[in-house]
Design a protein around this ligand. Structure first.
Ligand code: B12
Ligand code: SF4
Ligand code: SF4
Length: 302
């Protein structure tokens, strides 16, 4: 058995595998996030997302007994902003125009864990996740100093803004961590652009999202057609919604993604039509989640 890798080695390996930033923290969820989560669930803001009620997400150590650290990875997927059309073409949110990020992250995580096992000559020391395990992901990222919470409830990274996707591993290895900096301190100042721009008023107050009003919930996660009021407020999305990110000042200077997994072959690929729903396979893309019937509901409601 050899000594574990240093933070610098972890960083280099993560960048080599394609991630844009990496951080390490202890795997406990901070008290403030536990309290906010519990209030959110009690108020029913998770709507029909019953998987969100799983309280395991407050205790990552129960997912990997003996876990001492969380290694957290940031993926920049920012794409150019595109216009809405009124000719039956619906816009696909920018994270969903090509490969499913769960798949992209799964193969990177597999390679990272293999490297960690070889490097330490130990087995069963890590468990990967990317929205695939019950974990309050953003809370851990904030704790690791990888960014802070925006009033749109998303994690804002100092270089990449909000157009990032999160993944990570829990591990039984421990690291010599620097003293954590508290990044939960509000950083939006007097800005309220995301709350003002949300077409369905889903951001009911700073840092609080009611999923039952969110276009992303209705166009991605829901198992039903869109309620009329939500459909009427939709400016043209066929899948997901980027409005509370498009208006965020932290996304003005952030660089576009250079990762081919997220860049569509052509601008037309960023739009969905009923014809495509009938003829195309959405396997391996995020659109698979809503299914052909759901995607048709989305388009017919435009
Ligand atoms: C459920 C869920 C949804 C739901 C509910 C969203 C929500 N805000 O909870 C719906 C379907 C609506 C959704 C939509 C989207 N999602 Co989503 N979703 C999740 C999921 C599975 C859980 C989120 C969660 O824990 N919610 C629980 C509530 C309580 O958390 P919260 O709203 O963030 O509240 C926290 C803060 O607001 C904070 N807080 C509360 N009060 C205060 C006060 C102050 C002062 C401060 C500083 C903080 C603070 O404490 C709370 C607890 O930490 C995560 C993956 C994961 N496993 O974590 C992805 C995730 C959050 N989603 C993601 C994405 C990309 C999206 C979309 C952009 C997709 C799209 N383009 O359509 C939209 C964005 C909508 C939005 N503005 O959030 C990414 C976000 C990356 C990032 N930059 O943060 C994640 C992390 C997936 C991933 N692995 O990359 N999502
Ligand atoms: S994703 Fe769209 S609907 Fe949901 S909170 Fe953001 S702007 Fe509002
Ligand atoms: S738009 Fe303004 S209020 Fe909303 S997250 Fe960005 S900086 Fe914060």
């Amino acid at each position: 058995m050899s000594e574990g890798p240093s933070l610098e080695e972890v960083r280099q390996q993560a960048l080599t595998l394609g991630w844009d930033d990496v951080g390490v923290t202890s795997p406990e969820i901070p008290e403030e996030d536990i309290a906010s989560y519990q209030e959110w669930i009690e108020k029913g803001y998770h709507c029909q997302l019953s998987y969100m009620e799983n309280e395991l997400r407050l205790n990552p150590q129960r997912l990997l007994p003996g876990a001492k650290s969380a290694i957290l990875f940031v993926t920049n997927y920012k794409q150019p902003k595109l216009p809405f059309h009124s000719d039956g073409r619906g816009l696909i949110a920018s994270y969903a125009r090509k490969r499913d990020y769960h798949h992209v992250h799964r193969s990177r995580i597999k390679r990272f864990i293999r490297w960690l096992e070889e490097r330490t000559e130990q087995k069963e020391i890590a468990l990967g996740f990317s929205d695939s395990k019950p974990i309050l992901e953003k809370a851990l990222f904030v704790k690791a100093g990888l960014g802070w919470f925006g009033k749109n409830t998303l994690l804002i990274h100092r270089q990449f803004g909000t157009f990032i996707l999160l993944s990570g591993i829990l591990t039984t290895l421990s690291f010599n961590l620097p003293k954590p900096i508290s990044t939960r301190t509000p950083r939006c100042g007097v800005c309220t652009k995301c709350l003002d721009a949300c077409p369905t008023r889903a951001l009911i107050s700073p840092y609080k999202l009611d999923a039952s009003r969110c276009l992303a919930y209705h166009l991605i996660e829901s198992k039903e057609p869109l309620p009329t009021a939500i459909a009427q407020a939709n400016p043209g999305y066929a899948f997901g919604c980027d409005i509370c990110q498009d208006v965020c000042p932290h996304n003005v200077r952030s660089p576009l993604s250079i990762c081919s997994d997220f860049i569509p072959e052509s601008t037309e690929e960023a739009y969905l039509t009923l014809e495509k729903v009938k003829t195309k396979s959405f396997n391996g893309t995020p659109l698979k989640r809503r299914g052909a019937e759901g995607l048709s509901w989305n388009l017919l409601s435009l």
